[in-house]
Ligand binder design. Structure first.
Ligand SMILES: Nc1ncnc2c1ncn2[C@@H]1O[C@H](COP(=O)(O)OP(=O)(O)O)[C@@H](O)[C@H]1O
Ligand SMILES: [Mg+2]
Length: 269
């Protein structure tokens, strides 16, 4: 029997409907539309400047729609909220707080007492593999460790949606691969809907249930590609035929859009 009680409905449905965002009259996104099911892992892929961060920031509630709508679980968003966690490329940790205090911060802001917040933060320190680093300050941690703190800080609030803007973009290849695996493990546990921005095609395909390729600005969806590779995905899945077929399809479109930008800038010069 299908229950109709609201508590049985899984949260994390996100819909961008005819979304246009313009900055001082210049559109960064135009009539952008996608809908994500609760718990889906969606990667935004496209050339620099095509509006990926703008789309993410619109879901976060940092950027208002110029027209169109962003709906989370059917309700238009009005601004940032604890239901949507955010992780940026550049470490957004408080430098004067320890790893533990950074992670506990979100809970403290929501009025949870310090003992309970610390206990929960210790649990997250372990979950992101930072046992023994609780009392370290961010500048004494590697880039990958700092991003683990940022992820823990976002997930401790149990958001139904996690928004990640090139979170591993500044990491070396080894650290990046480890972080990708850790993120997939955490996602399997927490079940949030994830929107993950990257310009790395391999990263997008390795992580995603769906890869959304953006056109050159103003961004539109030019490909919505389901990635049906089985999970868990071993790191060497990138050598498989289906992986490479998806990769070629994305690369061809990105190259085409990149060329469009190049040609436009050449003809304007
Ligand atoms: N706050 C802003 N004010 C003015 N223009 C912006 C702002 N943020 C982004 N833009 C412009 O919007 C376009 C899309 O930017 P962005 O969403 O950051 O793209 P991406 O993340 O794909 O690189 C770019 O032309 C960028 O210069
Ligand atoms: Mg960006």
């Amino acid at each position: 029997m299908i229950s109709s009680s609201p508590s049985a409905v899984r949260a994390g449905h996100v819909e961008l409907r005819n979304l246009t965002v313009a900055y001082r009259g210049a559109a960064a996104l135009r009539d952008f539309g996608i809908a994500a099911e609760p718990g889906q892992f969606i990667c935004f892929l496209g050339p620099s400047g095509c509006g990926k961060s703008t789309a993410l920031n619109a879901i976060a509630g940092f950027v208002p729609p110029t027209s169109g709508e962003v709906l989370v679980d059917g309700a238009p968003i009005r601004g940032p909220g604890a239901d949507r966690g955010v992780v940026f490329q550049h470490y957004s940790l408080f430098p004067w707080k320890t790893a533990l205090a950074n992670i506990a911060f979100g809970l403290r802001m929501r009025g949870i007492g310090s003992a309970e917040a610390r206990r929960a933060a210790y649990e997250w320190i372990d979950r992101v593999g930072l046992s023994g680093f609780a009392d370290r300050y961010p500048h004494t941690l590697s880039g990958g460790m700092q991003q683990r703190v940022a992820i823990a800080r976002a997930l401790i609030n149990r958001p139904s949606v996690l928004l990640m803007d090139e979170p591993f973009g500044a990491l070396d290849a080894q650290a990046r691969a480890l972080m990708q695996e850790l993120l997939l493990d955490l996602w399997r546990d927490v079940g949030a809907t994830i929107f993950f921005v990257t310009h790395d095609v391999d990263e997008a395909i390795y992580l995603a249930d769906r890869v959304i390729v953006f056109s050159a600005a103003p961004g539109r969806v030019i490909l919505d590609l389901p990635i049906d590779l089985p999970r868990p995905r071993p790191p060497d899945i990138s050598a498989s035929g289906p992986f490479n077929a998806a990769k070629l399809q994305c690369l061809e479109l990105i190259r085409r859009e990149g060329r469009r930008i190049f040609d436009l800038s050449e003809s304007a010069a």
